[in-house]
Design a protein around this ligand. Structure first.
Ligand SMILES: [Zn+2]
Length: 448
């Protein structure tokens, strides 16, 4: 059934600007697309309002509630959900070998995988995340189960079957046996997803874990596959000192240079972290129109640096936000957008008070709440090439309905948005829609 939402909403237009409209009518078609938005000033406003009321299509948000676009998580390791919040004091290589690989190996067992994936997807929707780009494991059966769970729960998902076959950097018990196995498994997974979800609600992703875990042959063949089939690619890129230096030692080049040479960089590629990029890397990423998944919470533990988000946004490089479950401890993109702003402020000011203030930090690093909001919404949608991320006619109706904190003084729309984003708790997300369908409802009091 088509619906009309009468709502006050915020939506990002560009990194530096967002719009606010009060009590607009947002008309949504049967197939979950926003077909029309009528603002209060429009001449047909009252006519459309009574028509929606007459046809019983109207849903009016209760006072103090706002509509925001659904958030898009550009980097999430679904199988690491049981490990969220654990062992963040370990260096990356240690964390992978002692915690992550043993855990991911357990997904050979669907009875282990199923309740984890169900819980994660439910939690993500309750946090307002309407689309996610997931790493699975090396097991196609568990990856397909994750796809089924996302589809049933109504979360739009991009899912990768992880390729990792380098015996030097992966354990015996959790590795693709050969490049042939890594490639065949990827192809089978891509085909299975494309055959099952013909409407594209769930999409397959080519997923070399990262350069250290993969042999050169696998990286080359996955690159050929990505180029011939125009499928989304996800991987980690220059994510820590150890990882960045490993690739330089192995190839004499950086991650970005090597990913480009393998054919793994294009307008469908999403690169996680990227805290160690050189200026040449930045221009390669820009030229190839690849995107960066900024994971500020995870970066604080494993990144050995703070992503220059402000600089990258100014250069017009595509950036979205990622939770990086479980290098990040929370699936909330609110927590990540707050951290993105906080980390950028720390980058600007510096951290060592014994150094003179004018030499302590990196000037012009701070990003605004608006820029973080843009990354969580439009930035993510642009990176994945989906028609979502904003509240605009023609886009998909992916929304979250959020209750504002009590207001004691009048606020401008910009201040209201900032407060919604920064004083957020998960309990304020009252309802979530994906493609016009209600997929999460905390309680019924969000509409009149
Ligand atoms: Zn990751």
């Amino acid at each position: 059934m088509p619906i009309t939402l009468k709502a006050s909403y915020f939506s990002a237009n560009s990194p530096n600007s967002s719009s606010f409209h009060e009590d607009s009518l947002i008309e949504i078609s049967d197939n979950g697309q926003i077909t029309n938005i009528i603002h209060q000033t429009a001449s047909e406003y009252s006519e459309r309002l009574s028509a929606a009321r007459q046809h019983d299509h109207l849903i009016t948000l209760a006072p103090g509630h706002f509509l925001l676009p659904g958030f898009i998580d550009l980097h999430n390791h679904a199988p690491q959900w049981p490990q969220a919040g654990i062992a963040l004091d370990r260096p990356l290589a240690d964390w992978l070998n002692h915690y992550t690989f043993p855990l991911e190996a357990r997904y050979a067992d669907l009875d282990f995988a199923t309740p984890v994936y169900q819980d994660l997807v439910t939690e993500m929707l309750a946090n307002g995340t309407t689309t996610a780009l997931y790493f699975g494991t090396i097991h196609n059966s568990a990856n397909l189960r994750l796809a089924e769970i996302c589809s049933q729960a109504g979360q739009r998902a991009f899912i990768g079957s992880v390729a990792m076959d380098n015996p030097d950097q992966t354990p015996d018990y959790y590795r693709d046996a050969s490049p042939e196995e890594a490639i065949n498994k990827t192809q089978t997974f891509v085909q299975a997803i494309q055959d099952t979800y013909r409407n594209g609600f769930i999409q397959p992703v080519i997923t070399p874990r990262f350069i250290p875990s993969c042999t050169t042959e696998t990286l080359q063949q996955l690159g050929q596959l990505a180029q011939s089939q125009h499928i989304t690619v996800q991987t980690h890129c220059s994510e820590s000192d150890w990882e960045h230096n490993y690739v330089r030692e192995r190839y004499g080049h950086t991650d970005s240079e090597m990913l480009q040479s393998f054919g793994l960089l294009n307008q469908h590629s999403v690169l996680a972290h990227a805290t160690q990029l050189t200026t040449t890397d930045q221009s390669i990423i820009k030229t190839e129109q690849a995107a960066i998944a900024h994971c500020p919470i995870s970066n604080a533990y494993f990144g050995n640096g703070i992503l220059p988000a402000h600089e990258l946004l100014n250069q017009g490089i595509k950036i979205g936000l990622g939770s990086d479950i479980a290098g990040g401890y929370t699936p909330s993109l609110y927590a990540n957008l707050q951290q993105a702003v906080t980390a950028s402020q720390i980058r600007q000011d510096g951290v060592d008070a014994t150094i003179a203030a004018d030499q302590r930090g990196v000037a012009n690093s701070r990003i605004s709440a608006k820029q973080a909001f843009y990354m969580a919404t439009v930035g993510g949608a642009t990176s994945l090439g989906i028609q979502a991320g904003a509240i605009e006619s023609g886009l998909l109706a992916d929304f979250q309905i959020v209750q504002a904190p009590p207001r004691f003084a009048s606020l401008t729309p910009d201040e209201q948005l900032e407060q919604l984003l920064f004083r957020h708790t998960r309990h304020q997300i009252k309802a979530v829609y994906v493609q016009g369908k209600l997929v999460h409802e905390k309680e019924h009091n969000w509409y009149e």
